[in-house]
Design a protein around this ligand. Structure first.
Ligand SMILES: *[C@@H]1O[C@H](CO)[C@@H](O)[C@H](O)[C@H]1NC(C)=O
Length: 148
């Protein structure tokens, strides 16, 4: 029963809505305007690098994990702790529907990402960031973009 439900769910995800892939510089602008540059001390490059390795800048990216929870959107935010997916038992720390984290409007995803950084005291939540971005010179990530 549970397995069938999950299979149906995966089917829905695969045939889901059209995806939008942001360009690096468009994201840099959106992130900068949303106050992510140096948020909790993390420069803009950290955010652009993290989004790249988590989602490839794909706003509709979704990944089903072994425990049945799902990572959502450009920041791959997980349904178990951070958003409300509806069926699974969740904590929903961001007080947001997971579906709001896979829209082209990144407002809710950014608010939630800020909360994650604040509550977990850093960007270690993101494996892609830890593996590829942490402690590196990230200035190239905003190179050529019209952000300060
Ligand atoms: C973006 O993610 C969605 C959902 O996982 C996927 O269907 C789509 O193919 C991805 N787009 C690209 C260009 O990779």
């Amino acid at each position: 029963m549970k397995a069938a439900g999950i299979l149906t769910l995966i089917g829905c995800l695969v045939t889901g809505a059209e995806s939008k892939i942001y360009t690096r510089c468009k994201l840099a602008k959106i992130f900068s305007r949303a106050g992510l540059d140096n948020y909790w001390g993390f420069s803009l490059g950290n955010w652009i690098c993290m989004a790249y390795y988590e989602s490839g800048y794909n706003t509709t990216a979704q990944r089903v994990l072994d425990d049945g929870s799902i990572d959502y959107g450009i920041f791959q935010i997980n349904s178990f702790t951070w958003c409300r997916h509806g069926k699974l038992r969740e904590n929903n720390h961001c007080h947001v529907a997971c579906s709001a984290l896979i829209t082209d409007d990144l407002t809710d995803a950014i608010i939630c990402a800020k909360k994650i950084v604040k509550e977990t005291q850093g960007m270690n939540y993101w494996q892609g960031w830890k593996k590829h971005c942490e402690g590196r010179d990230l200035s190239d990530w905003k190179k050529g973009c019209e952000v300060s």
